[in-house]
Design a protein. Structure first.
Length: 382
């Protein structure tokens, strides 16, 4: 509850209680299209989110602020984002991100200068990537034609193989003698928190199961710690089924027995690869949504499609907006707007079932046409 002041008939101030449900909540969203098709799909997502807000009967609205960071910004300034960018972003409710990367900037510079700069410094340690099979979209997996498939990849997003520890040395010894070291970081705290997150998520699903993925037979330190932590945490979730699978075997399982999957938790690198495999099995990377979450909400979380900047099709208006629009639904979930998130997901399904598809999934529609179809489905369902 909050208070509001008004004047009675005598001019005296009267304090009345105002229910939060009577007030519009305005969410501050930082919009970072970044590079390539990111600019097209982020705008598509914004359009859909604004329509949903407009249909909320005054319950909520979005205040968008766009930031021009990315490879073009790097060309002009030598930085991927403003020097005080993190300080600016920390006051937003969420970040809506496009894609990073362009041929003029080495990939490790563009990634670490923008996306990883945000996820690492804002401790967005849980990366959630649902694998969804949509009606009207053919999967290359024959089993998908007759089996209901639905699972979520949970990626440890703060350490592991992407911790950024290591270096290059001994180049002074001459060509062919340089040494590069890249160290993976596994902490018991980092392993435990992503595992508890995964078990809690599994409890909300029909198939209450968590599959842990490592390569502990070959990586005997960090990933053995992961395995041991998983077994310990599982004791607190006896209502959830578990399995531990080596990453190469899990790659095969994604193809051969995906119906057995529900929540798959893996390290930064392994989950990155497996989630792309899952999206390809579902039909296209263009369909895949993701959420980079700081579950404690000490910092804003960031929502982005899984696909890259796609320089080969950027600017042509043919990119698939569904990954970005689905990421918008994940953002609504994070903001507590669960019913509205389900409305977006339902509108996506209506759209694909009706054959409004971009070229990557066998259709002829462009980005704007698919976005318009999703908006129309939202209007029909309102």
């Amino acid at each position: 509850m909050s208070t509001a002041r008004a004047l009675d008939g005598t001019g005296a101030a009267v304090v009345r209680l105002v229910s939060m449900s009577d007030q519009m909540r305005t969410f501050k969203i930082a919009k970072i299209p970044a590079d390539g098709v990111g600019k097209e799909v982020v705008e598509a997502g914004r359009r859909v989110l604004d329509v949903v807000a407009g249909q909320s009967d005054g319950k909520f609205a979005f205040a968008w602020e766009e930031f021009p960071w990315g490879c073009e910004y790097y060309d002009k300034t030598g930085r991927m984002m403003a020097e005080d960018g993190l300080e600016i972003l920390k006051d937003f409710d969420a970040i809506f991100f496009g894609a990073v990367g362009w041929p003029n900037v080495p990939d490790h510079i563009s990634l670490w200068g923008l996306r990883l700069n945000i996820t690492q410094n804002f401790d967005q340690w849980a990366n959630v990537r649902p694998v969804r099979f949509l009606p009207g979209i053919a999967s290359p997996l024959r089993k998908a034609d007759e089996t209901e498939l639905d699972w979520v990849v949970v990626r440890e997003n703060s350490e592991g193989e992407y911790a950024g520890l290591g270096g290059r040395n001994l180049s002074a010894r001459g060509p062919g003698n340089e040494v590069a070291l890249q160290s993976a970081l596994f902490t018991e705290k980092g392993c435990e928190r992503i595992m508890r997150f995964s078990f809690d998520l599994a409890r909300t699903r029909a198939n209450k199961k968590v599959s842990s993925v490592t390569k502990s037979n070959a990586q005997q330190y960090g990933m053995v710690l992961w395995d041991e932590t998983f077994r310990r945490v599982a004791l607190d979730y006896r209502d959830v089924a578990t399995e531990s699978v080596l990453v190469d075997a899990m790659s095969a399982k994604f193809v051969l027995h995906p119906e057995d999957l529900s929540v798959v938790v893996a390290s930064n690198l392994h989950a990155d690869i497996l989630s792309d495999l899952g999206s390809a099995i579902a039909g296209s990377l263009g369909l895949a949504a993701s959420a980079n979450l700081n579950p404690e909400r000490r910092f804003p979380s960031m929502f982005e499609p899984v696909h890259g900047s796609a320089p080969d099709i950027a600017g042509r208006g043919i990119s698939n907006p569904i990954g970005a629009i689905g990421s918008g639904a994940l953002m609504l979930d994070h903001l507590g707007l669960h019913t509205d998130a389900r409305r977006i997901e339902a509108a996506i399904e209506v759209t694909t079932a009706a054959g409004h598809l971009t070229r990557d999934v066998g259709g002829t529609a462009d980005t704007a046409e698919v976005t318009d179809a999703i908006i129309e489905a939202l209007r029909v369902s309102a």
